[in-house]
Design a binder for this molecule. Structure first.
Ligand code: DGT
Ligand code: CA
Ligand code: CA
Ligand code: ZN
Length: 578
């Protein structure tokens, strides 16, 4: 049982209590415990087993007992009682943007709503809008929230699916009789969300491998178990299920199978057409000329035989990869990244100090980082007032001098305000080496004399001190739709003003996304890929940004993080002095 499990349990108790209309003080105490456990670096279940968890902030005797009970028995009485009180489909309504616990409680009490289908009905019939405290605007927001949730189709974010897939791949790899295990499907292509995980295994003992796969720890349901294919589900932290498919093939056909099951379907259709034109056949077992197999052991054999250069998995989407083969070889890789230019520290809403971030970055082999804490208007993110920022700048300079082997740039993530101006005055921005401009507020359309998000972004790009636009569309995958932006105009302005656009590598964002990356590159814009890390752990998210960049066709020369520090500084100076 991980800390994440405990966090989920306590958040669920708090959610259900809130739906129940319980006392605010008690609800908050559960939330506080969840937050404490989330921030605790050591294993809380282990602590509970060994004695005392009351040392943790916000954990009193009662809570300690509940943790203890959960560790010992796998359940907590309060939660069992709460879950008995409400229909099982009700908490899922909390996932709908616009539906807080109060509203969920309200629709359950007043309209007898038990789940999503009911909610859709009462929204459509107008009953929802008649509830006191609802109104037309909230119903509109909820309906949009439902549509958004449904259009995301329950797909799992890349950053959730990949670590799980890697863990399962490792387990299969450790089984006797296994030659090789690889990830295939949309996950290998680095898609931002994943329908299901596809694993491919080379072995002569399919039935035994599949059986052991279906018996792995954490498997919730077994959907299929045959001689060559097994399919299971596991439960994710948000209680949704994720399907994992395992296929077992012979070693000498591994390349063909890997190619086939990596997809995409559209890419494979094109390849098959190419084979057919040569009077060949291509399937998951190989490339055939009549009965004779002419390729199949490796993927690259197949592409070579079809007179194509190897197509990196991220580009296999039938988005022009066959006509644009030249850039494939120099797509950016994790190894090319020399630094991370957007991260937060305890000065605003991060969890680690400047020193800790710098040391972890150095450990990763980075040559430079930029500390970019929030500016003053981001009050919920503990943004720095001008005075605090001045002190922070001195603190960063001091750490930079103290730590050898990595350059620590003074940066900030400066809010782009609703009138398009920057949240800090020019003389303060001038003291920064690197400024990321981001929109965090008033993300709606603008109108009635107000600037639109596009206009605000353009205004920021015109600003000489703004080096890059952070998470340009503001979307949160499966949670919040992107702002309504005129991306063509934005990339053109980025090019004209010499402003970089960020690929925010956090799997919650991946913003810019692949298609926008392509658009930016076609306009000649320089990109910057940054983790927006709020903890040293999150530096590892860089790989998701890299995958997204590669899907958009970004090469080493397109990405500022691949520059030497001297060249990066020159680039920044060029915009400032123009
Ligand atoms: P997903 O899971 O929705 O994120 O997307 P994929 O691309 O992983 O799709 P999935 O899991 O259905 O299948 C994995 C790959 O296997 C897919 O990209 C291509 C190949 N594949 C699976 N079924 C078929 C099929 O019926 N026809 C063809 N041509 N290819 C298939
Ligand atoms: Ca899949
Ligand atoms: Ca699949
Ligand atoms: Zn931000």
């Amino acid at each position: 049982m991980s800390n994440a499990d405990l966090v989920r349990i306590f958040e669920r108790i708090a959610d259900l209590m809130e739906i129940d209309g319980a006392d605010r003080f008690r609800i908050n105490s559960y939330r506080r415990v969840a937050r404490t456990i989330k921030d605790t670096p050591t294993d809380v279940a282990e602590m509970a087993r060994n004695g005392d968890v009351t040392d943790l902030q916000g954990v009193g005797k009662g809570t300690a007992e509940r943790i203890r009970q959960f560790v010992d028995t796998g359940h907590i009485d309060v939660l069992v009682q709460l879950e008995a009180k409400f229909p099982p489909g009700l908490p899922a309504l909390l996932d709908i943007p616009g539906m807080g616990p109060k509203k969920v409680g309200l629709v359950h009490r007043e309209l007898g709503v038990t789940g999503l289908e009911d909610l859709k009905k009462v929204a459509a019939s107008g009953k929802l809008a008649e509830l006191s405290g609802m109104g037309v605007a909230s119903v509109k927001k909820i309906s949009e929230g439902i549509a958004f949730l449904e259009s995301s189709g329950g797909r799992t974010p890349l950053g959730i699916a990949l670590p799980i897939a890697e863990m399962f791949a490792d387990r299969v790899r450790a089984l006797p009789g296994v030659d090789r295990v690889e990830i295939a499907g949309s996950l290998r292509r680095g898609a931002e969300t994943i329908g299901d995980v596809d694993l491919l295994c080379a072995s002569g003992e399919g039935a035994a491998i599949v059986r052991q796969f279906t018996e792995f720890d954490g498997v919730r349901r077994v959907l299929a178990a045959g001689d060559t294919k097994g399919s299971v589900t596991i439960e994710l932290a948000d209680r949704r299920e994720l399907q994992i498919d395992l296929r077992v093939v012979e070693t000498d056909a591994f390349g063909a199978a890997w190619q086939y099951f990596t997809g995409s379907k559209e890419h494979n259709v094109r390849l098959r057409e190419r084979a057919v034109r040569r009077k060949w056949r291509l399937n998951e077992y190989g490339l055939y000329h009549e009965k004779r197999r002419i390729a199949g052991e490796s993927e690259s054999d197949i592409y070579k035989k079809l007179e194509l250069s190897f197509v990196p998995p991220e580009l296999r989407e039938d988005r022009g990869e066959f006509d644009r083969p030249s850039d494939a070889a120099d797509l950016v890789t994790l190894k090319d990244i020399r630094g991370d230019l957007h991260m937060h520290t305890v000065a605003s809403d991060g969890k680690c100090t400047i020193e800790a971030m710098a040391c972890a970055a150095k450990e990763r082999g980075y040559k430079f980082i930029a500390i970019c804490d929030h500016s003053k208007s981001s009050t919920i993110a503990n943004g720095l007032t001008i005075e605090r920022m001045k002190k922070h700048i001195r603190a960063i300079r001091k750490v930079d001098e103290a730590i050898e082997g990595i350059a620590i740039l003074v940066g900030c993530e400066c809010d782009i305000l609703s009138d398009g101006s920057m949240d800090y005055p020019d003389d303060l921005l001038a003291q920064c080496d690197w400024v990321v401009g981001s929109i965090h507020s008033a993300m709606g359309k603008g109108g009635s004399g107000k600037l639109s998000p596009t206009e605000r972004t353009i205004a920021a790009m015109e600003h000489r001190y703004v080096c890059a636009i952070g998470h340009p569309t503001g979307r949160l995958i499966n949670r919040r739709a992107p702002m309504d932006l005129d991306m063509q105009t934005i990339v053109k302005t980025a090019k004209r003003t010499g402003t970089m656009l960020e690929i925010n590598a956090s799997w919650r964002r991946l913003d810019l996304k692949d298609l926008h990356v392509r658009l930016a590159l076609d306009a000649g814009v320089v990109l910057t890929i940054n983790t927006d890390a709020h903890h040293t752990d999150q530096f590892a998210q860089m790989r998701y940004g890299i995958m997204t960049a590669r899907r958009g066709g970004a090469t080493v020369k397109d990405v500022a993080n691949c520059l030497t520090l001297a060249s990066l500084r020159k680039r920044i100076a060029k915009k400032r002095d123009s």
